[in-house]
Write a protein that binds this ligand. Structure first.
Ligand SMILES: [Zn+2]
Length: 318
C-alpha cells in the first residue's frame, strides 16, 4: 500500500508539474512513448482508463463514446486506440467532459477536439484554460500554466450542471464550488452506479488543493459530504488519481480533511505562525497520508492558506 501511494504521488507530481510545461526534471523523467493505457471495466458499459495523469472514465455504447478527462495531448492516440480495442463500437468519442482545468486532466482537449469531439466543462475551466495563470497551494507548490490554444477550450460550458443523454444513461456533471479548484465537477453515471470525482477525491495521500485557482479545503469537504450523501452505498468511485474506490475510502479521506483542517484552524485561533505549526509537526498523527507530492509541511501550508484566505496570486499571462 505504501508503495502504491508513493507511485501515485509521483504520478500526480509529474502530472501537476507537467501542466506548467516548464519542468525539465519531470520532462526528462516522463517519456509518454512508454506510457501504456490500462483499461478496467468498472460496471455495465463504464470503463476506467489509466495511463499518465488523471483517471479517465468512459461510457461506451451504441451511441458512441463519452469520456471524462483526457490526460495529456501526446497520449490522445493511445487513448483512442485503447477505446477502439474494446471492439464495442466504431463510433467516435463524441463528448469529453473535463472535471477541472489542470493539464493532467484536460491536456488531451486539443487533439480530441481536432478529431471531432465536443469538450464540455464548467465555466471556470474555460476561463482558466483561456487565461493561463499560476496554480498552487499559496506556498511551496506553485506551477505556471500557459494560455491554452483555442482548440483546447471547452465549447460548451455550464454554471451549475449539465446532462449528456447517451448510451441509455443520463450522464450528469455537477459543479461543486471551490474545492480542488473553482471549476470542479463530479460526474455521475446513475444507471451504472459509477461516479468520477475528479481531484476532489484522490488516492495519493494528502490532496493538492489549488488555493491559487480558487480551491479550498472547506469546499472539498462540502463536495465530498454532499456527493456521498446522494450516492448509493455500493457505488463505484473513480478517483482523480489512484485505484478504483468505494464510499468507505471517500469517507476516510473526508474524515482526514475534517480532522486536519480542525487542527490547523485551532492553531490559527491560538495565534500560531505557519512556521510554528511546521516545527511542532501538528499533522504528525495523520503522517500515513503524506505523499511525495504533498508532504505534511505542504499540507499544513495548504490548510493554513485555505483557512486564512491567503490564495497566492492569480497571474494572468499576456
Ligand atoms: Zn487537479
Amino acid at each position: 500500500m505504501r508503495t502504491r501511494v508513493r507511485t501515485f504521488g509521483i504520478m500526480a507530481l509529474l502530472g501537476a508539474v507537467l501542466f506548467c510545461g516548464s519542468a525539465t526534471l519531470a520532462q526528462q523523467q516522463q517519456d509518454f512513448s512508454k506510457v501504456q493505457i490500462k483499461v478496467t471495466k468498472v460496471s455495465g458499459n463504464i470503463y476506467m482508463l489509466e495511463g499518465a495523469g488523471g483517471n479517465i472514465a468512459a461510457s461506451i455504447g451504441e451511441d458512441g463514446i463519452v469520456i471524462v478527462d483526457d490526460q495529456f495531448a501526446p497520449l490522445a492516440e493511445k487513448i483512442q486506440a485503447a477505446l477502439k480495442d474494446l471492439k464495442i463500437t466504431d463510433k467516435p468519442v463524441r463528448f469529453v467532459i473535463n472535471t477541472h482545468y489542470h493539464g493532467d486532466h484536460s491536456g488531451g482537449n486539443e487533439p480530441f477536439s481536432n478529431a471531432g469531439s465536443t469538450v464540455i466543462a464548467q465555466d471556470n475551466v474555460r476561463k482558466r484554460l483561456e487565461s493561463g495563470g499560476t496554480a498552487g497551494n499559496g506556498g511551496s507548490i506553485k506551477m505556471e500554466t500557459k494560455p491554452a490554444p483555442k482548440a483546447a477550450l471547452p465549447i460548451i460550458t455550464f454554471e451549475h450542471d449539465v446532462t449528456v443523454h447517451l448510451n441509455g444513461e443520463d450522464i450528469r456533471a455537477l459543479h461543486f464550488p471551490s474545492g480542488h479548484t473553482d471549476g470542479d465537477s463530479i460526474i455521475f453515471f446513475p444507471k451504472n452506479n459509477v461516479v468520477h470525482m475528479g481531484d476532489d477525491f484522490v488516492r495519493y495521500g494528502f490532496p493538492f488543493i489549488d488555493v491559487a485557482s480558487g480551491g479550498s479545503v472547506q469546499g472539498m469537504i462540502d463536495a465530498m459530504e454532499k456527493a456521498s450523501a446522494q450516492l448509493p452505498a455500493d457505488v463505484k468511485v473513480i478517483p482523480g488519481h489512484g485505484a478504483l474506490s468505494n464510499l468507505d475510502d471517500v469517507r476516510a479521506f473526508t474524515k482526514m480533511l475534517r480532522e486536519t483542517s480542525a487542527v490547523v484552524q485551532k492553531a490559527i485561533n491560538d495565534h500560531k505562525t505557519l512556521e510554528q505549526m511546521k516545527q511542532q509537526k501538528i499533522l504528525e498523527p495523520w503522517a500515513k497520508w503524506k505523499g511525495d507530492f504533498v508532504n505534511e509541511d505542504a499540507f499544513i501550508e495548504t490548510l493554513f492558506n485555505s483557512l486564512t484566505g491567503h490564495k497566492g496570486e492569480f497571474m494572468k499571462h499576456n
